[in-house]
Write a protein that binds this ligand. Sequence first.
Ligand code: C2E
Ligand code: MG
Ligand code: MG
Length: 695
Amino acid sequence: MEYMRIKKPIFHPNLTNDPLHRMFDEVEAISVQGYDEQRRVIYWNKGSESLYGYSKEEALGKRLEELIIPKPIWENIIAAHSNWVNNNVPIPASEITLHNKKGEDINVFSSHVMFINQDNHKQMYCVDIDLSDVRYAQAQAIFKEKMLEAVFEASPDLFFLMTEEGRIIDYRANNTKSLYMSPHQFTGKLMVDILPEQVANKFQMHFDKVLKQVGETCFEYELAMPFGIVYFEARLSHLPEHNQILGIVRDITEQHKSSEIIRQHAYFDTLTLLPNRFLALDRLSQMLNEAERNEECAAVFFIDLDDFKKVNDSLGHEIGDKLLIAAANRLNQSIRKEDTVGRLGGDEFIILIRDINSDSDASVIADTLLNIFREPLSIDGRELILTLSIGIAMYPQNGTNTSELLRNSDIAMYQAKALGRNAYSFFTKEMNVSMMRRFEIEEQMHGALERNEFEIYYQPLLDVNKKQIIGAEALLRWHNAALGHITPDEFIPIAEHTGLIVAIGRYVIKQSLSFLTHWQNVTQQKYVMAVNLSPSQFRDKELFNFIKNTLTDENIPAHSLELEITEGVLMTGQSYVDDTLLQFDQLGVKLSMDDFGTGYSSLSYLRQYAFDVLKIDRSFINGITLNDEDRNLVKAAIAMAHSLGLVVVAEGVEMHQQLLILEELGCDFVQGYYFSKPIPAAQFITFSQEYKLTE
Ligand code: C2E
Ligand code: MG
Ligand code: MG
């Protein structure tokens, strides 16, 4: 032991104490005390002062036990001392706990010598070495060891102690399940010899690295274990003072899984598992870079499933989702490995075809795609046929960047739809013009409500017999800074397509009903307000409540509102349309069948639903003065409507003569340029006041 090396003072009876005193006087590290036969202090060096806290002056003459001996061992010490003085039995050197001036424990290794001075008196010298540092270090070492054990115990990590060449000396593993092999197989072996080559190479690389650098090196690797692939993270640190490397290995399989899930979410569509829009567009830009580098052609296919919305609406979302998955799989199976199918959203997909030679190659691929969809998809025991509309844009002819190619393939897809669906179409410059317009409208329509670009015009509805204004039809107008005036025939279908019709439709309801209140207040008359509803507005589950609440808010009786719908709404055959119409009927809102004569003009719809009004399309009114055919048709329509209890409105009355015929045919109400074009609210009020006056 370290402290045993201290030389014991040699017993020499003739020696005077003075040289000894001189030797130890200034020594700080060791406490040397001298005691006479009565255990009174005769010597107290610097080391004693600092160790026990008594100055030399304080200590001299005091008894040993009064100074530094704890009470409980007084007797023993006194006995041992007198035994030595009287019987020559030395007190052996030992570790002992003494007290300092403050009464604190002081651990010392105490050695003792006995001198006989010139007067033949015995003098005991104690040489005490402070053990508190040593004790502290020992305690620390034990603590550290215990702590390390606890850490090893608690940690899921594996610890490897290795030589600098990577030979495993020791390991700690709280659970051996994470070990690639049993400990006896690897202890003493080189890490690189027991691991698969690729992983071994990684380890070797990082051994080399950590030996050269300061600090740790960290890397990940995976191992095939009996229960599957396990992902690990290894941290190596060099312990140069021991010529060892410490390796801490952590199982990060769970983390790996969650980051994989996050990656999946960020880049892949959760329904179809195809690359999502983000990843697909990223792949497109990669493909374009590659094509540019290799001077190759490439193709972008923009694919939209035909009438998917109908399927979704009629068979439900669950079937719709399954259909999307099945379609995605089919698309995916039909392409080469190096090509990409991605889902852009909804029922829109994109296929990226790299390194293609010509348009005809693209045609072949498009034909194949249309063909493979001839085979029905079986969903929950149902055989469903799904067709595609494909738009094709070629790189570099139809665009050289991602957005250009995406837009142009989209334009070509619209063309394919216009061709009657189940078709493909290459992008051409001419398409651009009409499609650009559509895209521009779509683009400008976002935010148009917020920018207050919409306004409602009103066109009077008149009673044929009384020649009085009985109400108005609300007709939406849109004026946009970039596009000017856009007609509802152009923008309503686009609003339906984008879904913006829901918000726009609510705006129309709100505005027109509050206008009705205002109009009635100004004129002190009761009127009806006819408002058009698009089929897709029925998808808004809150439609009914919204209208009901708006009526309540405006304090307008339900029968003052007439909702105009076309046959298109009814043809979807959805139960929620039926339910909503029934709710409106029960509330007392009037239902009006608009544009009668242009569609199927199915009588069954008139019977089936609780319509109150039939609006004959203006194309027939136009003809009543020109041919008998239209005149007879209008006559029949009026008669039939009356027999079913409906009133009839004739739209598009432009001439006095038309009015006369309609009067004769028993038509109830009229609307048309002959009376007034649709006009802004303020103008309309003036018009209605003056009109009343002239009659
Ligand atoms: P609609 O419901 O059949 O409305 C009648 C259309 O005929 C209006 O066209 C009106 O301006 C026009 N018109 C009225 N009298 C005459 C006439 O004597 N001669 C001629 N040539 N035309 C006449 P507008 O305002 O352009 O609206 C077109 C269509 O857009 C409407 O047909 C309606 O289906 C739709 N629409 C308009 N506003 C809305 C709306 O707020 N919501 C929805 N969903 N559709 C709307
Ligand atoms: Mg209408
Ligand atoms: Mg109409």
